[in-house]
Design a protein around this ligand. Structure first.
Ligand SMILES: [Zn+2]
Length: 117
């Protein structure tokens, strides 16, 4: 017997979905979860945050679970100096030269000062 799940689309109201129409998304960084689906009537991408109980219920009904992580950029240092207009100009000049890109990247990776244009 096929499972029918009722979910709410902001535009269409309650829609009926099969388990294959939904995905449970679990963030492995904070444990939050949500279910997502593309509305079968209007095509909108719909997302609803859910708690562990609803997550377990949907999983037991056969809904696919997908884990995701926060972008790695969030773990980057926040005390780094801000990018300045001079930095952008240096980058532009460096990128516009045909002969210096590889050497400049290698120098930056070695922790050396970048070459002047
Ligand atoms: Zn809809």
């Amino acid at each position: 017997m096929a499972v029918v799940i009722k979910a709410e689309c902001p535009g269409c109201g309650v829609v009926r979905l099969a388990t294959r129409d939904l995905t449970v998304r679990v963030c492995t960084d904070d444990g939050s979860s949500a279910y997502t689906f593309q509305c079968v009537e209007c095509g909108a991408a719909v997302h609803h945050d859910i708690g562990p109980a609803v997550c377990d219920l949907l999983r037991s009904a056969g809904v696919q679970r997908v884990e995701w992580r926060w972008p790695a950029e969030l773990a980057e240092r926040t005390d780094a100096p801000l990018l300045t207009v001079d930095d952008l100009l240096d980058f532009h000049l460096l990128a516009s030269r045909d002969d210096s890109w590889d050497a400049a990247v290698a120098a930056l990776l070695d922790g050396a000062e970048h070459p002047t244009a």
